[in-house]
Write a protein that binds this ligand. Structure first.
Ligand code: ADP
Ligand code: MG
Length: 388
């Protein structure tokens, strides 16, 4: 595999220019309250660098799925307030991401000042990668910087069409994007072995490519959670009323390899533990990995020098079924290895475990991180690749 090299923000000659900064401020909201500001915090290093270089910064993001319609539920206004608080500066606002008002505000923006644009996805053209929409955005700034890793697997206007309207020495990845690439590349070009992949979550469907990629590269694959149910069912074990991804049974049969280690015991709905070898009865549901499996997986993780983790080991949202996932968070954190965690719920679980600060890299992009390790070329990264 060839190393992916992108032009990074520190290589741009900014000196007081206006920078279009594409971020992923798709934060979880309860009404207008941001319940987790990680995605905003992660952009502070790039914002500080841009301000040190006297840039005037035009920030743009998507939020939720407003499907091309203006919808107050998906307004970025709550983000404006939080960002101002975190960076300790006023954040100006444009109620439309394109058009005369945004252009005027961007043109008047002074060095070190910030302007946040309303949700890009209020315009259907964003998700259509529309050239005219991109040209309208292009009017707002002289340079382009992308830190929206979680959106970089999408060929959307602000991710692909827009940067292509800038000369290659005026477009770059931010510090967050560069960090994502650096660590995910350690998973695709493993140099420190053994490489152990820990996989779980609800389904196999939608994760077949990353699964196949990891089967090809990992020395050991530890599979738990709902994903393991499907693999066990594929071996002819009766999984009772457990979540089984029926459509993926054939895939699971095809993928089965000696390097795959499956659970030997599981926790049922009533918290009892059973061995899987005998199979479950019709009404029994596997909701977590059992203690013998935890010990087995932990032992493999202890020997690892590189670890990639995607997918919880059980229905961790309920405390009774979180033990397996929390034990894995600890084992991954304690391993003397490069450790990377990706995936929406997986990241949530790691944060809840209290071990997050002992993980080498927690990816901010769920789908994007899985596509990256599958070897798929992400449009938002491709346009930023350094030539030569
Ligand atoms: P990620 O978002 O990290 O990629 P997924 O979306 O694939 O992970 O899966 C996360 C979900 O899988 C969690 O909500 C969890 O409750 C569920 N899950 C994991 N194991 C089981 C299981 N044995 N039975 C039912 N649900 C499970
Ligand atoms: Mg998920």
């Amino acid at each position: 595999m060839t190393m992916i090299q992108i032009r990074t923000v520190d290589q741009l000659r900014i000196d007081g220019s206006r920078v279009f900064y594409r971020v992923d401020y798709n934060v979880p909201l309860e009404g207008t309250t941001i319940t987790d500001a990680t995605r905003i915090e992660e952009t502070l290093p790039t914002l500080r660098l841009l301000r040190e270089r006297d840039a005037a910064i035009v920030l743009a993001s998507h939020l939720g799925r407003p499907k091309g319609q203006r919808n107050d539920t998906y307004s970025l206004k709550p983000v404006r307030a939080k960002l101002a608080e975190l960076i300790g500066a006023n954040v100006q606002w444009a109620d439309e991401c394109i058009g005369p008002d945004a252009e005027q505000k961007a043109a008047r923006l002074k060095s070190r000042e910030l302007l946040l644009l309303e949700n890009l996805r209020f315009h259907v053209e964003e998700e259509e990668n529309d050239a005219r929409f991109a040209r309208a955005l292009r009017k707002l700034a002289d340079d382009y910087v992308n830190d929206a890793f979680g959106a970089s697997h999408r060929a959307h206007a602000s991710i692909e069409a827009l940067p292509l309207l800038y000369e290659s020495d005026h477009r770059a990845g931010g510090l967050l994007l560069a960090k994502e690439i650096e660590f995910l590349q350690k998973i695709t070009d493993v140099s420190d072995r053994p490489f152990v992949a820990l996989l779980g979550g609800a389904k196999i469907a939608g994760k077949i490519e990353p699964l196949q990629a990891l089967v090809n590269r990992a020395d050991t694959l530890l599979i738990g959670g709902g994903m393991a149910n499907t693999f066990l069912a594929a071996k002819g074990i009766n999984m009772g009323a457990s979540l089984v991804d029926r459509e993926s049974i054939e895939v699971a049969k095809r993928i089965s390899a000696a390097r795959i280690i499956l659970p030997v015991d599981v926790v049922l709905e009533d918290s009892s533990v059973v061995d899987v070898s005998k199979g479950l009865t019709e009404k029994q549901k596997a909701l977590d990995i059992g203690p013998r499996t935890v010990a087995k997986f932990a032992e493999a993780l202890k020997k690892a020098r590189t670890i990639f983790w995607n997918g919880p080991m059980g229905m961790f949202e309920k405390k009774e079924f979180a033990k397996g996932t929390m034990a894995m968070a600890r084992a991954v954190a304690e391993a003397d290895a490069i450790t990377v965690v990706g995936g929406g719920e997986s990241v949530e679980a790691v944060n809840a475990s209290g071990y997050a600060d002992r993980i080498s890299h927690i990816s901010t992009g769920g789908g994007a991180s899985l596509e990256f390790i599958s070897g798929v070329k992400l449009p938002g990264i491709q346009v930023l690749r350094a030539e030569g």
